[in-house]
Design a protein around this ligand. Structure first.
Ligand SMILES: [Mn+2]
Length: 238
């Protein structure tokens, strides 16, 4: 994670941990840490201050839920066994007050991203997960640096899709997943396009939110029983 984003994340987490805002749930929707592979002591040290705030938030009684992204991979065992924080790799549904919410990282949204999808099913094989826990973290990072160079190549390919095409994909994905298993709200990330879209299906009002990227603006999506708001981390009181 870039230094500034990491500071902003620490600021937000500390704000929550200090109970400066009421919260019942905290969803971390993947690509929170760059780069994290497997269950290793190494990360306790590397991301110590952030993990400490997440632990404090949980000990305040907030339900913390983690989703793996493509920068934080095979971290389920870490969060579940060391911190009792549930971690999901695919989509997850939760009833939050009046809203049935579907949450997922969002890396299955773009069907044109074939190279990534192939890479995803490759690294998601069970023997790759076992390997991720066994190999020394240092070696993984050496491999990871090479992979992220590849990923940059992949994203330059991805940029063939224009922003409006990507936005359309987010919306189509919502409409399609709603048809399979309905919900009131879907929250995704990964696409780096902040989007808030409402559509009607089966006589129901459905909402799709993509969280966008903190590289554009560090915003947190805050859902309440009667509405929602985007909270700017930069404008949080100290
Ligand atoms: Mn991602």
């Amino acid at each position: 994670m870039q230094e500034r984003r990491s500071e902003q994340l620490l600021r937000f987490l500390t704000f929550l941990a200090d109970k400066k805002a009421p919260a019942t749930h905290l969803y971390l929707v993947g690509d929170i840490f760059d780069l994290w592979v497997g269950d290793h002591d190494y990360y306790d040290e590397k991301f110590g201050p952030l993990i400490e705030q997440i632990r404090r938030i949980k000990s305040n009684g907030v339900k913390v839920i983690y989703f793996e992204g493509n920068h934080d991979v095979h971290v389920k065992r870490y969060w579940e066994s060391r911190h009792q924080i549930p971690c999901y790799i695919e989509e997850h549904y939760d009833q939050l007050g009046p809203h049935l919410v579907r949450i997922e990282h969002g890396d299955l949204i773009n069907p044109n991203d074939e190279k990534y999808l192939k890479y995803r099913s490759f690294i998601r094989q069970p023997h790759m997960e076992r390997l991720a826990h066994i190999l020394p973290a240092r070696l993984i990072h050496w491999l990871g640096d090479r992979a992220s160079k590849q990923s940059r190549k992949r994203s330059s390919v991805k940029r063939r899709d224009s922003e409006s095409e990507l936005r359309q994909m987010i919306r189509v994905y919502a409409e399609r997943t709603f048809e399979k298993e309905p919900y009131d709200l879907i929250v995704t990330g990964h696409m780096h396009i902040r989007d808030d879209y409402t559509f009607e299906s089966r006589g129901r009002k459905v909402r799709s939110v993509n969280l966008g990227s903190w590289f554009d603006e560090p915003l947190v999506f805050h859902l309440t029983d009667d509405g929602s708001e985007w909270i700017s981390v930069e404008s949080l009181p100290a």
